[in-house]
Design a protein around this ligand. Structure first.
Ligand SMILES: [Zn+2]
Length: 363
């Protein structure tokens, strides 16, 4: 695809970018993990900046309560039941038709992360839980790909750019003396479920997410253009309500620690040591279940819809089927995707979700 560089004029005026930097952006491939509050801002700004290929992965669909902060979506997307990754792709294609956008409607987990990350220049974090972040961190260190962490809840956000120590120590950033500790050097373990505030319990202010994700975008642009010296080597934490901004020096965490991931190169999260087939979804009274079907097999929504119509209201399009069911006097919303994945809304308990699934969909 031939690119017209004129549209990037204002960005190319910056001495650290210039025409050479712009061409690097256009030749780059970035993996955006999650397309919610963080991910929509990340994909939006990277697409406008002219990152040549964006791969956007998200398992979820759009709800009205997302529109307060998820900047690529509108009420039509909620009404039409479009998955987030697909809706983002459609919107971005109108914003910049010169770049390539790949939408992946799927869960990010230990079975698919390496395939998703392979060949990407940067992985940017827009996910909502530490299990997925550690999976991404494992992939980043194993494959030698920079990984830009970010997260926000309430009015507080954190971000940090990982330029990983690689197997042979010969990456461009290591040669520039700029490798940084990985996420597990800093946070050894994921906080246990229920111990951390979520968007559901604590709420979230749109600008808190927007600011953090724009910091992530900035670091990503520095990395893609090879401006290694400009990449922030500290963990940044901001409370935009209290105007409290802190930067934590974390460089020593690699030297003094015995990191399982980047020092021992034991990729426990990719190996599935901590993986779960059911996940309680952050910020929602819902459980996701991953039930992978056989090779290329797809669910037949027509058959399932007919069966479920006896139990409640059923809506389906080519991406998903949604049924509102009352079971034992309790209301549940069951959403099915063609690959067999399901989200059961109305419970946080995995076994309740499993039984609802088994009852109405089958094993
Ligand atoms: Zn580490």
């Amino acid at each position: 695809m031939s690119h017209n560089l004129d549209r990037y004029h204002r960005q190319m005026l910056l001495p650290a970018i210039g025409e050479a930097g712009q061409k690097k952006l256009l030749n780059s491939k970035v993996l955006v993990l999650g397309c919610g509050a963080l991910g929509t801002v990340i994909a939006n700004m990277l697409g406008r900046a002219g990152v040549g290929h964006l791969v956007i992965v998200d398992r979820d669909f759009i709800e009205m309560t997302n529109l307060q902060r998820q900047v690529l979506f509108d009420e039509d997307d909620v009404r039409d039941g479009i998955p987030k990754a697909e809706a983002a792709k459609q919107k971005l294609a109108k914003i910049n038709s010169q770049i390539k956008i790949t939408a992946v409607v799927d869960d990010v987990n230990h079975t698919n992360i390496e395939k998703l990350a392979q060949g990407c220049d940067v992985i940017v974090d827009g996910v909502d839980n530490f299990e997925t972040r550690f999976i991404a961190n494992d992939a980043a260190v194993k494959l030698g790909i920079p990984y830009v962490y970010g997260g926000a809840v309430g009015t507080v956000g954190m971000t940090y750019a990982i330029l990983p120590h690689t197997e042979f120590g010969n990456s461009a950033w290591e040669q520039a003396g700029r490798a940084t500790p990985c996420l597990r050097c800093i946070f050894e373990q994921a906080p246990p479920p229920g111990m951390n505030p979520t968007c559901d319990t604590a709420g979230v202010l749109g600008p808190a997410v927007s600011i953090i994700s724009n910091f992530q975008v900035t670091e990503t642009i520095k990395i893609l253009t090879g401006n290694w010296d400009a990449v922030r080597d500290r963990l940044l934490s901001i409370d935009i309500w209290d105007n409290d901004i802190r930067q934590f020096k974390v460089a020593r965490a690699y030297d003094v620690g015995e990191c399982t991931c980047c020092k021992k190169r034991d990729f426990e999260f990719i190996d599935g040591k901590f993986s779960s087939s059911t996940t309680t979804l952050c910020g929602r009274n819902a459980v996701q279940m991953t039930q992978k079907l056989g090779n290329g097999e797809k669910l037949n929504f027509n058959d399932i819809a007919k069966r479920l119509e006896a139990h409640g209201t059923v809506k389906a399009n080519k991406f998903m089927l949604r049924a509102e069911i009352v079971d034992n006097g309790e209301p549940y919303e069951l959403t099915l995707f063609t690959d067999g994945r399901a989200i059961v809304k109305g419970t946080k308990i995995a076994n309740v979700a499993k039984s609802i699934y088994a009852k109405y969909i089958g094993g």
